[in-house]
Ligand binder design. Structure first.
Ligand code: FAD
Length: 466
């Protein structure tokens, strides 16, 4: 138009949503500025989320696998953990990825601006606290400011009370740790610490660990976590926390938990709140909801036509792969393309040992909604490959719409379940039925075979154990 803006697209925040949006917009020929308050790109996911947690979960798994080898007739000594080296490794993974982002931004001529951005009006962002204070005008804006951990109100300020970020960069491996919250992040970090030798208790307010996941998928994990941790208390509330010199004293309300107990560290993993309220959205006329989320349509547009929101700040599920896909959609819309974020399913993966993964409609949800479905399932106890790995607790299941026969949901629990679920996501997106999946020749012997066998169980063509 008649306006002369500093950039075609301003992306606020450089997490998986933001950098994907910025790179896609640049690839479509747009002039892009990417504003980030931290000195490195990558957001929560690369720096203090998905990637570092998986690096630490890897050593947790190797420690546990090594111990389990005794039953195969192979014994290792007690693990000797050098924390600084472990954290150095974790950091080296992060550095490779964030360094990669920096050069990919440079290659695309995305202008990276360091500082905290707030809206001045609907075409201008003020950036402060970085190299200098400046204003950047934009034709379109993509808000990708993500979320931050929720801490508990009325708790003392104390360095021994951790959020997930602190737990990923510990000063020491504590002797004891209380994990408050049995959701995905709580369970993953409980697994990390318990396997590295810390005595871990997990406390969850609701009746179930991993609320939202089907119980049959959670059970095998619960069993292993019970063996790994000192206590898993569900239906239990932490009613208070006192920071004494020697320890953190937590008090509990619940039938199995003690009235109080001392810990070296306490990790709060009770959820994440969106950063919507912190960016002066009002000045741009962008509406922020009660909980801090910014509502968007299928094109990721906010109530202001040329301002988009993606990733954790735009709603649930708060997952990196949702953010990246939305980022591309928003960028394409800025370039005038008719894109929409229209995923039939977004997979959830818990990267514990065993992994728990699901996508599409869960059985719990189907029952609640009265959705009629058929289920094909294959127990890993019948998989030769799983048995050879010493694993017999898992299952792979697929739900099919009763009327159309098409796959609508799936779940798996076991080592590598997070990798298996990807194929089932494709099956759901493509509208596959049990024969489509069952007739697809899966390599033998693999865990991925359990996907084909679960479908064959439904199709009635399953002949044998594998
Ligand atoms: P974020 O990654 O939160 O990035 C937002 C960026 O915006 C940040 O860099 C922030 O500094 C910047 N920013 C915010 N406000 C401003 C401002 N005003 N000015 C300038 N910059 C600003 N998800 C998965 O899919 N898989 C996993 O395995 C997984 N594991 C996780 C483990 C942990 C411990 C945690 C905490 C999260 C995990 N997540 C995982 C969630 C995942 O990290 C988020 O869903 C994802 O990072 C969201 O991406 P985003 O682009 O929306 O925002």
């Amino acid at each position: 138009g008649a306006h002369d803006y500093d950039c075609d697209v301003l992306v606020l925040g450089s997490g998986p949503g933001g950098y994907s949006a910025a790179f896609r917009a640049a690839d479509l020929g747009l002039n892009v500025a990417l504003v980030e308050r931290h000195s490195v790109l990558g957001g929560v996911c690369l720096n203090v989320g998905c990637i570092p947690s998986k690096a630490l979960l890897h050593s947790a798994k190797v420690i546990d696998d090594a111990a389990a080898m005794a039953e195969h007739g192979v014994s290792f000594g007690e693990p000797k953990i050098e924390l600084p080296k472990l954290l150095e490794f974790k950091q080296s993974v992060i550095d490779k990825l964030t360094g990669g982002l920096k050069s990919m931004a440079a290659k695309r001529e995305v202008q990276v601006v360091n500082g905290n951005g707030t809206f001045k009006d609907d075409h201008t962002l003020t950036v402060e606290g970085g190299d200098d204070t400046r204003e950047i005008s934009f034709a379109n804006c993509i808000i990708a400011v993500g979320s931050e951990p929720v801490m508990l109100p009325d708790w003392p300020e104390d360095e021994r009370i951790w959020d997930s970020e602190a737990a990923l960069s510990p000063d020491e491996l504590p002797k004891s740790l209380l994990v408050v919250g049995g959701g995905i992040i709580g369970m993953e970090l409980a697994n990390v610490y318990a396997s590295h030798g810390t005595k871990v208790d997990v406390v969850e307010m609701t009746p179930n660990l991993l609320p939202g996941a089907d119980r049959d998928l959670v059970k095998p994990l619960e069993k292993r976590m019970k063996a790994r941790c000192d206590n898993l208390w569900t239906n239990t509330k932490v009613t208070g926390l006192k920071a004494n010199k020697k320890a953190l004293k937590a008090s509990f309300e619940g039938k199995d938990a003690p009235a109080s107990k001392d810990y070296d560290r306490v990790l709060v993993a009770v959820g994440r709140k969106p950063n919507g309220p912190k960016i002066g959205a009002d000045n741009a006329g962008v509406q922020v909801g009660d909980k801090g989320f910014i509502a968007v349509d299928k094109q990721c547009r906010t109530n202001v036509d040329h301002i988009f929101a993606i990733g954790d700040v735009s709603g649930e599920p708060q997952l990196a792969h949702r953010a990246t896909h939305q980022g591309k959609v928003a960028a394409e819309c800025c370039a005038g393309e008719k894109s929409a974020f229209d995923a039939k399913c977004i997979p959830s993966v818990v990267y514990t040992d065993p992994e728990v993964a699901w996508t599409g409609v869960t059985e719990t949800q189907a029952k609640e909604d009265g959705t009629e479905y058929d289920k094909g399932a294959f127990p890993w106890a019948a998989s030769g490959r799983a048995l050879g790995m010493g694993y017999s607790e898992g299952t792979t299941k697929i739900l099919f719409d009763k009327e159309t026969g098409r796959a609508i949901g799936a779940g798996a629990v076991g080592p590598g379940a997070g990798e298996l679920i990807a194929e089932l996501g494709l099956a759901i997106e493509m509208g596959a039925d049990a024969h489509d999946i069952g007739l697809t020749v899966h390599p033998h012997p693999t865990l991925s075979e359990t996907v084909g066998m679960a479908a064959e169980a439904q199709a009635g063509t399953l002949t044998d154990l594998y």
